[in-house]
Design a protein around this ligand. Structure first.
Ligand code: ADP
Ligand code: MG
Length: 490
């Protein structure tokens, strides 16, 4: 690659996207990718990370391979690119009908942007085809998933290491995320086989998101609170819940109050999920009651309110989820409903699917006696996911060490939940506490900061009955903002 290509990035930006200037962080990342460097970019939610992978290919030519964690996210990103007028874009995933998939595979070389999942990527027949392409660079979008999911849920994220290692002439890799702890950055660099990556790390702080923590006695009181407050104040918003059942329950209760709401969880059919997401993006649904399967990377600018009905399982999860609000730069609110038993439930759910060390031993014994690992998994009563995880670690480490690894993974999960408990039970400014989990402090002290700093959320929320709520919320600034979408506020 010619590293000296003179690229006028400003005119490229204008030409490709119509935007006049870069937002904080974008230009350095784009330059690094064009120079052919492995790059890790940690920019806050809504900062405009997609642009960092969308632009360099116009200077470099070839295909960009984007590894993305969720089908719904791929669909969203493909749609956004198409809206920009990009025709050479496709997603290769399990959502495609066999005929569509054959078509994408037949035209593989013609795409500028090719999205896929880690699971699809490492399948031998797909992998072979992809490796024949002229890949300009590889992108791991939402790269914290490597660390968050790779070890105990989606081991194909970790298999990307070998996949990259087996490439003859590995193209540069760009990792994008809004939340990366030191460990996550190490995992990203390690499993994406990066060589002396350029690091661009920005604070995850989002000053336009006010935070509140409401202590309640338990599920029933939370339900009451939600029905009461959501009847009074408007979304659009997302309620994050612990279980599929709770998602359905709350969506039903809201609908019975004439609030347009739907559930979203991994137990739904792929098509239904895409439909619900689309309706929410189009403004046809006011509330989504979702498990953590919803919303990653989704670009709906005007989400005003995120409510957590449960304790998120990690700091990264929490910051990611509240970061889905206020992407238009306008004021929004994040409410955490907390009750004492939440930590136990969270710990139970987080470790529920992880196999016990004894189960790993049992499977090891069966396999040693010549049984197929699938059958052994079935006999041990393992879920599909758990079996994938066990197979990965048994391959890597052998039975003994894989069993120990299961314990370690469970400990890590519990520690993460513990840090969330410390956050919820601690004292002082909520924003400082949340950022502290990542080793940051607030960049500014916003006037509407958090419930510990005297926040009155009725100054933020819009009432359902009045056209504007009585506190006269929409001052001149907000009115102007609602006429012209203000960008670049991070
Ligand atoms: P994230 O960092 O969360 O991935 P996205 O890439 O989805 O954020 O971008 C959020 C929004 O910001 C999108 O609507 C995108 O079009 C817009 N955006 C990105 N870069 C710019 C820019 N330089 N100028 C104006 N808007 C931008
Ligand atoms: Mg994104």
């Amino acid at each position: 690659m010619d590293m000296t290509i003179p690229v006028n990035l400003d005119s490229l930006l204008k030409q490709v996207t119509g935007f006049d200037e870069f937002r904080a962080g974008q230009e350095e990342v784009i330059r690094s990718v064009i120079r052919g460097r492995d790059t890790i970019a940690v920019l806050p939610t809504g900062a405009g990370k997609s642009l960092c992978y969308q632009l360099p290919v116009h200077a470099l030519g070839g295909t960009v391979l984007i590894v993305s964690p969720l089908l719904s996210l791929m669909e969203d990103q493909v749609a956004q690119l198409k809206m920009q007028g990009e025709k050479r874009v496709a997603a290769l995933n399990s959502f495609l009908a066999p005929k569509e998939r054959a078509e994408v595979l037949a035209n593989l070389g013609s795409y500028r942007f090719l999205f896929t999942s880690p699971e699809m990527l490492v399948q031998p027949h797909i992998s072979k085809r992809i490796k024949q392409l002229r890949i300009a660079y590889i992108v791991a979008d939402e790269a914290h998933c490597i660390s968050q999911w790779g070890f105990d849920f989606r081991p194909d994220y970790l298999r990307m290491r070998d996949w990259l290692g087996n490439m003859e002439d590995r193209p540069p890799v760009l990792a994008l995320t809004a939340t990366a702890s030191e460990k996550a950055i190490r995992d990203i660099a390690d499993y994406l086989l990066m060589e002396q990556p350029e690091l661009f790390i920005h604070t995850p702080d989002r000053p336009n998101i006010a935070m509140e923590l409401i202590r309640l006695s338990g599920r029933e009181e939370k339900t009451e609170w939600l029905l009461d407050h959501l009847s009074q104040w408007k979304g659009p918003g997302i309620i994050y819940v612990q279980s599929r059942k709770r998602a359905e329950e709350l969506a039903g209760l809201l609908r019975s109050r004439q609030i347009v709401a739907a559930a979203f969880h991994a137990g739904m059919e792929g098509e239904d999920r895409i439909l619900v997401q689309q309706q929410f993006l189009n403004g046809e649904l006011e509330w989504i009651c979702a498990t953590n399967a919803f919303g990653m990377g989704i670009n709906k600018p005007d989400i005003r309110w995120i409510v957590h009905d449960h304790l998120p399982s990690s700091a990264a999860q929490y910051i990611q989820e509240i970061g889905r609000s206020g992407r238009d730069g306008r004021q929004s609110l994040a409410t955490l409903l907390y009750s004492e038993g939440d930590a136990d439930t969270a710990a139970f759910i987080a470790t529920d699917d992880l196999p016990e060390p004894e189960t790993v031993h049992f499977i090891g014994k069966c396999v040693a006696e010549g049984m197929d690992i699938r059958e052994a998994g079935e006999r041990a009563g393992l879920s599909e996911t758990a079996l994938r995880v066990v197979s990965y670690w048994m391959d890597r480490l052998g039975t003994e060490q894989a069993a120990i690894q299961m314990d370690r993974l469970a400990d890590t999960k519990r520690e993460e939940i513990f840090s969330m408990v410390r956050f919820a039970e601690g004292a002082g400014c909520l924003r400082s506490r949340a950022l502290g989990l990542f080793g940051y402090s607030p960049t500014v002290r916003p006037a509407l900061c958090c419930s510990e700093c005297g926040l009155d959320s009725s100054r933020i929320l819009i009432g359902r009955t009045a056209a504007r709520n009585s506190s006269g919320l929409l001052g001149w600034r907000e009115r102007i903002n609602s006429l012209f979408v203000v960008s670049g506020e991070e």
